[in-house]
Design a protein around this ligand. Structure first.
Ligand SMILES: CC(C)(COP(=O)(O)OP(=O)(O)OC[C@H]1O[C@@H](n2cnc3c(N)ncnc32)[C@H](O)[C@@H]1OP(=O)(O)O)[C@@H](O)C(=O)NCCC(=O)NCCS
Length: 203
């Protein structure tokens, strides 16, 4: 059973006190990141829109990544349950025709178009003012040199840039935990800024 969730502004001390008195557990601070203006990058990324054969590799990657989302941070939620929720989410994304997903899929040229593994993926929800990141991850043991000739770019940056280039607004919005240093650093690097901070409570 998913915990109930409530989010309040990070400066709303009064509501925070009341929620704690009412038995809510404080879990995390969620930051919303966004570009202030459209961002333009060259579309020379090695990413593809996944096909039916690629999706199992993306779903497997989701199961292998260390997630820092609210379910994983809540000690009252079993890790196996939080992991399964993430896999369920990516499975739902894979079936949703309005989402857009791009992935770095490694194929063995000698064996044809079959995927070998997924180096990373980004799934976004398209919007007219900005596209919102649903989920993105990079394979933990991914060797950056494997991405040649784009090895200097880095998979995480490729994923973000690709999503921006192919969005109508040329802007991304993302929600992330203030403790997720890797994701925050990536957002900063491509010029995103924090526009909102919210304290998150579970019950
Ligand atoms: C978020 C994510 C996609 C970023 O991809 P990545 O390949 O790890 O990104 P990078 O290696 O370019 O790391 C970005 C920066 O953060 C830094 N960083 C990463 N983890 C860090 C940590 N635990 N502490 C301090 N800095 C850290 C890196 O050193 C790098 O900075 P640098 O180039 O100046 O050294 C990846 O970490 C990931 O899959 N995380 C798990 C899933 C997730 O959190 N997704 C985002 C929310 S949906």
């Amino acid at each position: 059973m998913l915990p109930l969730v409530v989010r309040i502004s990070d400066d709303d001390e009064r509501s925070a006190e009341q929620l704690k008195l009412d038995g809510w557990r404080e879990i995390e601070v969620l930051e919303t990141w966004q570009h202030e203006a459209p961002q333009y990058f060259a579309d020379d990324h090695l990413l593809t829109t996944p096909n039916d054969l690629d999706w199992p590799f993306i779903i497997r990657l989701v199961g292998e990544v260390e997630w820092q989302d609210r379910l994983h941070r809540d000690r009252a939620v079993l890790k196996t349950y939080a992991d399964q929720a993430k896999v369920d989410w990516i499975t739902a994304i894979s079936k949703c025709p309005t989402r857009k997903t791009y992935a770095l899929i490694r194929r063995d040229e000698n064996k044809g178009p079959d995927p070998m593994w997924c180096g990373g993926f980004i799934a976004v929800w398209p919007g007219s003012e900005f596209d919102t990141i649903d989920l993105w991850a990079v394979r933990p043991d991914y060797q950056i040199a494997d991405a040649q000739p784009y090895w200097w770019l880095g998979t995480s940056r490729q994923l973000l840039e690709c999503a921006i280039v192919r969005s109508a607004s040329k802007r991304l919005r993302a929600g992330t935990q203030e403790t997720n240093i890797a994701a925050r650093t990536c957002y900063e690097r491509i010029g995103m800024k924090i526009m909102k901070r919210q304290r998150t409570f579970h019950k």
